[in-house]
Design a protein around this ligand. Structure first.
Ligand SMILES: *Cc1c(COP(=O)(O)O)cnc(C)c1O
Length: 232
C-alpha cells in the first residue's frame, strides 16, 4: 500500500475516532485533501484511497490540474485567498468556495454565477485569531456580511471557514475551534436570507482531531496526507 493511501486511511480512522469520542457521527465529517504543490498522480491516489474532497488554494494550480483531469471522480473546492479578477475561472467549476470575506467578493461571485445561471455555494472565512497577516472577516464583521448575503441571490452562504494561528502546543487552537462552533450555532439560530449553516471548515494536519471534537464538518489536510511540501 502506498504512503498516501495509508495516510488517507489513517486520517479517516482518526476522524471517526475523534467524532465518536465527542458523541458525533463520523459520517458528518468530510476529509478534504489540500492538494497544493502535489501533482495529478498523488491526487489520484488520494482520491482512490477515499478522500471526500480535493481543494486548491491557487486558481492557476486548480486550472492546470483540472486540464489534466487530476480530480476526476472527486468533489473539488477552493480554499485559498481569492482575488476578484480570478473569480470568473472558479465560479461553477468548484462546488464550494471556502474563502469569502468581503461584500465585494460576494458581489463578484454573484455576478459571475448569474452570468452562468447558477447558484454558487460559499463559506465565509473568519479571521478567528485576529491575525494581521491573515485574510478573513473579523467575528464582529460577520453579522453585516451575513445580512447582505440576501442581496445576492446567485450565491448561497453554506457555513464558515477558519485558519487559526500556527501553534506548537497540543490543543493550542481549541479555544478558536470552540469559538467558531459558537459563531456557527449563533448564526444558524438567527436565520439570514441566503444563509444556511451546514458546513464548518476547520482543522488542518496538526489539529484536525481537535477540530472534529469541536464540531468541524470539513477538515482540510495537506501534509498529513501527502508529506511535507517543498518550497524551493
Ligand atoms: C495548505 C492548506 C491546508 C492544509 O495544510 P496542512 O497543514 O498541510 O494540513 C488547509 N487549509 C488551507 C486553506 C490551506 O491552504
Amino acid at each position: 500500500m502506498s504512503t498516501i493511501t495509508e495516510n488517507v486511511l489513517e486520517a479517516k480512522r482518526r476522524i471517526a475516532a475523534a467524532a465518536a469520542a465527542a458523541g458525533r457521527d463520523g459520517a458528518q465529517v468530510r476529509l478534504l485533501a489540500a492538494t497544493k504543490m502535489n501533482g495529478p498522480e498523488a491526487i489520484r491516489e488520494a482520491i482512490a484511497a477515499g478522500v471526500d474532497i480535493c481543494a486548491e488554494n491557487r486558481v492557476q494550480e486548480f486550472l492546470e490540474k483540472s486540464a489534466v483531469n487530476a480530480y476526476a471522480g472527486c468533489d473539488v473546492q477552493f480554499i485559498g485567498h481569492l482575488q476578484k479578477n480570478k473569480v470568473k475561472s472558479l465560479v461553477g467549476a468548484v462546488s464550494l468556495i471556502h474563502s469569502v470575506d468581503s461584500e465585494g467578493l460576494m458581489r463578484e461571485i454573484d455576478r459571475r454565477a448569474r452570468d452562468r445561471g447558477i447558484v454558487q455555494a460559499v463559506l465565509l472565512e473568519v479571521n478567528i485569531g485576529g491575525e494581521d497577516s491573515k485574510s478573513g472577516a473579523a467575528p464582529e464583521e460577520l453579522d453585516a456580511l451575513l445580512a447582505c448575503a440576501g442581496l445576492y441571490p446567485h450565491i448561497q452562504v453554506r457555513g464558515l471557514m477558519a485558519i487559526p494561528p500556527i501553534v506548537s502546543e497540543k490543543g493550542g487552537n481549541l479555544k478558536h475551534f470552540r469559538r467558531m462552533f459558537e459563531l456557527f450555532v449563533d448564526i444558524r439560530e438567527k436565520k439570514y436570507d441566503n444563509v444556511s449553516m451546514d458546513e464548518l471548515s476547520m482543522g488542518m494536519s496538526t489539529d484536525y482531531e481537535d477540530a472534529v471534537r469541536c464540531g468541524a464538518t470539513i477538515v482540510r489536510l495537506g501534509t498529513a496526507l501527502f508529506g511535507p511540501r517543498h518550497y524551493d
